[in-house]
Design a protein around this ligand. Structure first.
Ligand SMILES: [Zn+2]
Length: 316
């Protein structure tokens, strides 16, 4: 039997624990919504680093056609199976899963960088048909870091890398919902050549790691319009898996330019307000007042490196 004072102490302890659950646990859960990352210092080719030596572009980028580039080893056949695939630039892994179908093992890395006009922009790079994935969602990767190995999507294709660069950060594995042209995509080689070396910077930015449609669902038009940033509702604390193919008939992409320019404005205003020479204090992103508490919590606690395995577990 516990004495009264013991019971009181126990109650107090339980109360404190309950309070901790309410307040403290969000910081222990995977903080999936942003990851703090230095700006990219340049972009390299994802094979034969840094200049793609030993590889050739078998198939190029064509708007409304092939939305990326296919890279092959010069050895011919499947001699390139298992060759290293490198991150094109520093960034945060925002997708890493084997979704099979036409993609197989696929990784998306999100990069923040300063463009020619000094504005901070973001771009997604995608590495498809991989034999192995070497990184997980939330990982910070450096330019030239091994992210996977060249594959053939479980024997579906001759071995090659399918490589995309997207200016629209909402696409994820849900390409059917977005215009298949230069409003949403870059020519990968052209982009890399224009951004081989970028000015060194100690600026860190909060890179959003969400923004894709939840698995099996379409991205709501309202979400598509919104900037890619922290989604502030408590339920969004867990990462939502991007979808490959929506079951509903895709509606025409709604003003992708609006979304893109909003993202850019958002990023730029962040960059401005935080300055460029010192690591800024994590700040709450623009969010409805009702939910800004959650976004502040997440901004405060997120470190972007605790998402390992989340998607794999949720894959069917
Ligand atoms: Zn391809």
């Amino acid at each position: 039997m516990l004495s009264h004072s013991h019971r009181t102490a126990l109650k107090a302890a339980l109360g404190a624990f309950a309070l901790l659950l309410l307040i403290g646990v969000p910081s222990l859960l995977p903080a999936a919504d942003t990851a703090r990352c230095l700006l990219a210092d340049g972009f390299d080719f994802p094979v034969g680093k840094p200049d793609a030596s030993g590889y050739y572009k078998f198939r190029g980028y064509t708007p409304n056609g092939h939305l990326g580039e296919d890279w092959n080893g010069r050895g011919g056949g499947d001699s390139d199976l298992g060759d290293p695939i490198y991150a094109t630039a520093r960034g945060v892994v925002v997708f890493s899963a084997d979704i099979r179908v036409g993609w197989g093992n696929c990784i998306i890395v999100r990069h923040a960088y300063r463009d020619g006009t000094g504005r901070i922009q973001m771009v997604d790079s995608l590495y498809g048909h991989l034999n192995e994935r070497k990184v997980s969602v939330g990982d910070i990767v450096e330019r030239g870091q091994l992210v996977g190995t060249m594959g053939n999507n479980h024997g579906m294709y001759a071995t090659h890398l399918h490589f995309e660069m997207r200016k629209n950060l909402h696409i994820g594995m849900n390409r059917t919902d977005f215009a298949r042209d230069n409003t949403n995509y870059y020519s990968p080689t052209a982009f890399i050549l224009e951004h081989r070396t970028l000015p060194a910077s100690f600026a860190k930015v909060d890179i959003p790691t969400g923004g894709f449609a939840p698995y099996g669902q379409k991205l709501a038009a309202s979400q598509k319009q919104a900037p890619v940033t922290i989604s502030a509702s408590p339920s969004s604390r867990t990462f939502r898996i991007p979808v490959y193919k929506s079951e509903a008939k895709p509606e025409p992409a709604t003003k992708p330019k609006d979304a893109v320019s909003r993202i850019r404005d958002e990023v730029q205003s962040k960059g401005k307000s935080k300055g460029i020479t010192q690591a800024p204090t994590p700040a709450a992103p623009v969010a409805p007042p009702k939910t800004s508490f959650w976004s502040r919590l997440k901004a405060r606690f997120s470190n972007g490196s605790v998402m390992q395995g989340t998607q794999e577990k949720k894959q069917p």
